[in-house]
Design a protein around this ligand. Sequence first.
Ligand code: DI6
Ligand code: FE
Length: 397
Amino acid sequence: MVAGGESYGAIRDGVVVVRAGRIEWLGPEVDAPAELVADPATSVDGAGGWVTPGLIDCHTHLVFGGDRAHEFEMRLQGATYEEIARAGGGILWTVKATRAASEDGLLAAAGPRLLALMAHGVTTVEIKSGYGLDLESELRMLRTARRLADEYSVRVSTTLLAAHALPPEFDQDRVGYLDLVCNEMIPRAAEEDLADAVDAFCEGIAFTSEECARVFDAGARHGLAIRLHADQLSDLGGAALASAHAARSADHLEYTSEAGVRAMAAAGVTAVVLPGAFYFLRETQAPPIEAFRANGVPIAVATDLNPGSSPVGSPLIAMNLACVLFRLTPEEALAGMTRNAAPVLGLQGELGTLEVGRRADLAVWGIGHPAELAYWVGSNPCSAVVQGGLLRGGGAG
Ligand code: DI6
Ligand code: FE
């Protein structure tokens, strides 16, 4: 996936040599230095398939209590996502279930969802809070996310999304809730190293751009990276707001204007597209992909795995949806889950491409051409995963 060369940065009949968790050499097998060719006992045979960087799912909400299958039924009867949210369902429904869950309960519920992503080649996953909306519940979600990394030996990046919805107890006191977020939640999450970034939902049913700006200022003061759920259901100028705060990414972006795209390009903000939410909410306006391309805005793709708008547990299905619904090329979709996803988590130079010195997170696929990763729907050609130089579930490395 190194940009600029052959499509997909492909190396044919290649060998990847891994030592101490990093890529030590890679290239065509015929060129491999003899002293580096490992003995078969510590090798993984790709068997004529393909090896890619381990997939990076850079936007998920995979820690939560309960589910929202009943709202799926309501929406199919005609209710809209926003109507359900304004009637106290939606995100607040999941908040109730998440507040009622213990840390162990959240961990047990999230485990199978994480394993499903991992089985499809994911080696790094971002996990947001945002279903707690009080100090203890938000920190509990983030602690659960950190614990998932240890329990499942996978890289996890965490994001505090306390500005996801206004909790019922602050119904009449927006400023009071933002005080809590900025003066207590952000400092505690940063102090206890529970969050790597801060995110907010800039939307009519959530927070205004001024309110999100307050959250960003507090996050930046505490050394957290900035992200934004921007322009998903309407254009509140989210892309420009994220750009003004030097965000790593602006995410969703269905309603982003041309001016918003130009602001992102100037500020070096990555566009994270989330076709699972577009699909599941039956949205009709796609993000301005052509404008991202024309302005050189890097595009990442993620599952947005969450119980309300994107119950999508497969990165390959997200890639397929990005191609079919947003007309990304299969190569762009794969770059969106590798090379372009790494900077969203501040991991450029470490992950996202196969190059000497990068961390050895690799996925091995039983496919004849890399376009197949975005092509098959619902099957899983992932045949092996190497995480930090170790074969998952095996001994080689
Ligand atoms: N946008 C989304 O699509 C998710 N959060 C957000 O801000 C949905 C969250 C949910 O409906 O539970
Ligand atoms: Fe999201």
